[in-house]
Every structure is written in C-alpha cells, then in structure tokens.
Design a protein around this ligand. Structure first.
Ligand code: ADP
Length: 198
C-alpha cells in the first residue's frame, strides 16, 4: 500500500510524472485539477460552480475541494493506495486530509516535491498553452497561478519536511530522467514498483 502526494509549482511536470507513477506503482493518479476540468467540460453543477475560479487561476474553496477528494478516496481503486496530484494545496486541506486518513487508520508514505526554476516553468506553460489551449494557460493566469502557489502552497513543503515525508526531486530533464530520479528517491524509502514488490 503506497500513499503518495506529488507537489510542485505549476508547470513542474506533476501531471506527466503522476501518470508515470500510476503505471509503475500501480496506484491511481487522483488529480484535483483534472477532476475540476472534467466537470467544467461536462458542465456538471460542480463544473458550472468552479469554472470562473479555475479559469482565473484561483483556488477553488476548500470545502468543495475537500469533499471532492473525500468522495474520490472512498472509491474502490483508492483502497490500496493512491497518488494525490494537486491536493492538498492549502494548510486547511492538509488538516482535512490528515483527519480523513487518520479516521481510517491511514497515513501518507511520502511527498514527492518536483523542483524547477521559474523561467523554465513559464517557458513550459507557454508551450503547453500553444499546444493544448487550456483556458488557465494565458500569460496572465500563468503568472497568477505561480503567485498563488508561492503564497498558499509553498508553506506546505515545510510541513511535510518537518514530518520527514519530503522527497525532493529535480524536475529539470526529460520525462524518463525525472521518472528515474523519483523511482530512486522512493526506493531509498523502501517504496518500490508494483512488480518488484511481489
Ligand atoms: P497546475 O498544475 O497548473 O497548477 P492543476 O491542474 O493542478 O494545475 O489545477 C488547475 C486549477 O484547478 C487550479 O489553478 C485551481 O483553480 C484548481 N484546483 C486544483 N486543485 C485544487 C486544490 N487542491 N484546491 C483548490 N483549487 C484547486
């Protein structure tokens, strides 16, 4: 059972590495950003409620985000482990997740922090904006998301470091290089790929 978080500033490659981790470790990738975007696309009541917030690059209220994660972690495929991607992003979300896992006798095994420099991040996001046309990849929204991350989410890094859960990984390099670094860092903590665990 492997319960992981992946954190890092917008553009650090969380989504890309998260899908790699999913296949290597056999745990579902639970991305709150993806869930919000799917709801927006399908015009669900939640999607309609959060569209303007997400498009502007602001954070969805904790109450909505926490409930969404609680529901998702309650699904069968998350019983044996998961990778949370994009959650928790605020200290209130950390508290909520602690309580949620604690009430089930569970806890996190590690928090992967992808580290990358600011200029590289903006370059990557600008490229993605051209390729994918995400509504929150406008230059203004990108800059705003970086600011919100620094203010709201970077303090979480210290919390996880103090708990001894933080695994820092250099996010610069190609997808496989970064993936190998993640594997090596997790292996040091006794967290091994699914096949090797058998
Ligand atoms: P990025 O990796 O570029 O930051 P994400 O796909 O993780 O983007 O998230 C996109 C948007 O979805 C965020 O800017 C925010 O509006 C919303 N969102 C995702 N996760 C959370 C969360 N944990 N709390 C609040 N809002 C969230």
């Amino acid at each position: 059972m492997t319960r992981l978080l992946i954190v890092g500033p917008p553009g650090a490659g969380k989504g890309t590495q998260a899908s790699r981790i999913t296949s290597v470790y056999g745990i579902p990738d639970i991305s709150t950003g993806d869930i919000f975007r799917a709801n927006i696309k399908n015009e669900t009541p939640l999607g309609v409620q959060v569209k303007a917030i997400v498009d502007a690059g602001d954070y969805v209220p904790d109450s909505l985000t926490n409930q969404l994660v609680a529901d998702r972690l309650g699904e069968d495929d998350a019983k044996d482990g998961f990778l949370l991607d994009g959650y928790p992003r605020t200290l209130a979300q950390v508290d909520y997740l602690d309580d949620l896992l604690g009430s089930q006798g569970q806890k996190l095994d590690a928090v992967i922090q992808l580290v990358a420099d600011q200029d590289e991040l903006v370059a990557r996001l600008t490229k993605r904006a051209q390729e994918q046309g995400r509504a929150d990849d406008s230059e203004e929204a990108i800059r705003h998301r970086q600011e919100v991350y620094l203010r709201e989410t970077s303090p979480l890094i210290d919390v996880f470091r103090e708990r001894g859960l933080l695994v820092e990984v250099d996010g610069l390099g190609d997808i496989d290089q970064v993936g190998e670094r993640i594997n090596a860092a997790l292996a040091e903590r006794g967290i091994v790929p699914r096949a090797a665990a058998r």
